[in-house]
Design a protein around this ligand. Sequence first.
Ligand SMILES: *[C@@H]1O[C@H](CO)[C@@H](O)[C@H](O)[C@H]1NC(C)=O
Ligand SMILES: *[C@@H]1O[C@H](CO)[C@@H](O)[C@H](O)[C@H]1NC(C)=O
Ligand SMILES: *[C@@H]1O[C@H](CO)[C@@H](O)[C@H](O)[C@H]1NC(C)=O
Ligand SMILES: *[C@@H]1O[C@H](CO)[C@@H](O)[C@H](O)[C@H]1NC(C)=O
Length: 237
Amino acid sequence: MISHFLPLGFAVLASATPISFLPNNLYPATSSSTGFILIANVTDPTRDLSPSINHFQLTGVHIGAGLETAVLSHNAGRTLYENGSTPDSIGIAADSVGDGYYPYGLRIGPLPSDQPDASYVQYVGINIGTAQQGVGITTTNSSVDQPWLELYGPDNGTFIVCLEAHPVYGRPQYPVRFAKIVMVGGVAYQQIPAACVAITLVPQCAALGNPPPDAVYNHEYARTVRCFDDVASVRWS
Ligand SMILES: *[C@@H]1O[C@H](CO)[C@@H](O)[C@H](O)[C@H]1NC(C)=O
Ligand SMILES: *[C@@H]1O[C@H](CO)[C@@H](O)[C@H](O)[C@H]1NC(C)=O
Ligand SMILES: *[C@@H]1O[C@H](CO)[C@@H](O)[C@H](O)[C@H]1NC(C)=O
Ligand SMILES: *[C@@H]1O[C@H](CO)[C@@H](O)[C@H](O)[C@H]1NC(C)=O
């Protein structure tokens, strides 16, 4: 994939092609920021949901006291930050909402065992409490031109988003989950449940707010990450 870039770059330099013919996002702009939102990138556009959820934003919906399930929303992304005093303690925490007294953290954990697909699909939530360790944003490899920034979790697999259009919701819901790679007889299998598609969650820089003065947490350990200025403008190949 990276090999596409050099020949194109040389061709442009060697010819009289105006520079404006270069896709302006060939080397997509990244910045650094503590705050970011996560943008869903449908890795195989032929499998996108209908209507498309490509470039929708990660947020949480309230499902119980201090519990939010992760969903995609068109434009209401929750501001998040990487938190931790050491590389081993990194997790993803959420900017305050409402009165913002308590910290919220991203958690990836088992689905209740009575749920279909519970053996390999994990729940993703933004819950009251500390951020789960082993979840973070990948770092750019400076020896390759294409920055590759995305959310990673503790297991190998892929984030997925599902279409749940039960009439009681009144409108489609897009819960975000994680499909683990399962090993069967030494062979790795990646399964995506029906009505779900694989996504990566790509950081887009956003301003991190300040916790309210009476909050029981602070942003002292918010880490600076690289993030795209505009994920939708990234040309991936
Ligand atoms: C984003 O999606 C495109 C397909 O539209 C894919 O080529 C690219 O690899 C994806 N990037 C990431 C970081 O997932
Ligand atoms: C942020 O990191 C610090 C230091 O590792 C930790 O004490 C605190 O609980 C973390 N906050 C959240 C919301 O996870
Ligand atoms: C960075 O990318 C280069 C080229 O693909 C690869 O050889 C190298 O191992 C990578 N380094 C890291 C730290 O991932
Ligand atoms: C993920 O895959 C890598 C490479 O195949 C492996 O070394 C690592 O142990 C796996 N991690 C988990 C949590 O299974």
